[in-house]
Design a binder for this molecule. Structure first.
Ligand SMILES: NC(=O)c1ccc[n+]([C@@H]2O[C@H](COP(=O)([O-])OP(=O)(O)OC[C@H]3O[C@@H](n4cnc5c(N)ncnc54)[C@H](O)[C@@H]3O)[C@@H](O)[C@H]2O)c1
Length: 336
């Protein structure tokens, strides 16, 4: 039995509490959230303790922690729990600052800690089936990847101000999927970004619409398009084109029916956001983390994946500023 401490009882903390409760080999022992009353709801639902972070750090009855607190707390908490000898699942991003991510991962390495970063799309059944089709040779060699990720609406302004911006907060998921699907590191990033949906997002220092073109050393390419507005729901599509075919995953609708009548063919609306679209993936990623802790195995989404996604985000931001294609390796070397 892997005994879990959960840090943060907000949106994603509640999703992960439910995921832990559905894994037979895990037990949610305690939740820590110094601010939100939602910690009480988690305790009442799952029968765990409420403890402080300091108490969880020294709790002998906790093997692993799941960090779901705001982004600016992640790196400090990872370091503290690594030194306390706990296995760690941490929500993305590790930190908004590349140097801080690198320093944090040094502590993880020194302490030989199991660290998994929450890139849930790698655990989504559609994305996994798509990758499996590639691995089975069904489309030949990967040549071009196309990713479309659009949110139904922008998050609150105060979230936007603290989020690190559209590349570090939103496109970070696409950067991770791109690296996974391309199967090679990205050599250059060319990006463009604008404010098209709400001028206030620009006033808060961010963009709401962005595109990136990634290119690997062998010439494989990936295009990513992000928008903070999609009037028709949570738009999450992917296509991978290869030398012998292509494979695609379409959006998830609220049900699979199609109505045909004199007005044409209509389908129900799309799922509304990440909490519904990726609910199966969130469960599978937490199951994977618990299995890795039990078997002392390396998680499939590592601290290195967390580092590379932030490096790509910084490269994209620099490309927007300069108009030039930017090499993530230069960003990584410059920050060392
Ligand atoms: N992988 C994904 O799809 C995904 C989705 C949503 C959020 N996230 C990430 O998860 C993190 C949390 O996001 P959220 O949307 O759940 O935020 P949220 O604001 O809903 O929840 C954060 C919670 O942490 C609590 N908190 C604040 N400081 C704390 C501390 N020091 N110790 C313990 N608890 C503390 C807050 O009271 C709040 O309840 C962010 O880093 C975000 O980027 C990832």
């Amino acid at each position: 039995m892997i005994r879990i401490g959960l840090l943060g009882a907000g949106r994603i903390g509640q999703v992960h509490a439910r995921a832990v409760s559905s894994v037979l080999t895990a037990q949610l022992v305690a939740i820590a959230d110094p601010i939100s009353a939602a910690a009480g709801a988690v305790r009442n639902t799952y029968g765990c303790d409420i403890r402080t972070i300091e108490q969880i750090l020294v709790s002998d009855d906790i093997d692993a922690v799941i960090i779901c607190t705001p982004t600016d707390t992640h790196a400090d908490l990872i370091e503290q729990f690594a030194r306390a000898g706990k296995a760690i699942f941490c929500e993305k991003p590790v930190d908004l600052d590349l140097e801080r991510v690198q320093a944090c991962l040094s502590v993880v390495n020194e302490t030989n800690t199991t660290l998994m970063v929450g890139f849930q799309r790698r655990y989504d059944p559609d994305f996994q089936a798509l990758r499996a089709a590639i691995d089975a040779g069904q489309i030949g060699d990967v040549e071009m990847v196309s990713l479309i990720s659009r949110d139904p609406g922008a998050p609150p302004y105060d979230y936007i101000e603290r989020s690190g911006g559209i590349f570090r907060d939103m496109m970070i998921h696409d950067f991770d999927v791109a690296r996974w699907m391309l199967g090679e590191e990205v050599e250059t990033v060319q990006a463009a970004a604008s404010v098209l949906t709400d001028p206030e997002i620009g006033n808060r220092g961010d963009f709401d619409s962005a595109n990136a073109i990634l290119r690997t050393a062998s010439g494989k390419q990936c295009t990513i398009t992000n928008s903070r507005r999609a009037t028709f729901g949570y738009d999450q599509r992917i296509e991978v084109h290869g030398s012998a075919g292509s494979v695609a995953a379409d959006n998830h609708h609220q049900s699979r029916i199609t109505v045909a009548n004199g007005h044409g063919y209509t389908r129900p609306p799309l799922l509304d956001f990440f909490m519904t679209r990726y609910i199966v993936a969130y469960g599978a990623e937490i199951k994977h983390f618990i299995d890795c802790v039990a078997n002392r195995a390396q998680p499939r989404t590592s601290g290195h994946d967390g580092l590379m996604s932030i490096a790509l985000a910084e490269a994209a931001l620099e490309s927007v500023r300069t108009g030039a294609a930017v090499r993530p390796v230069d960003i990584l070397n410059r920050k060392k």
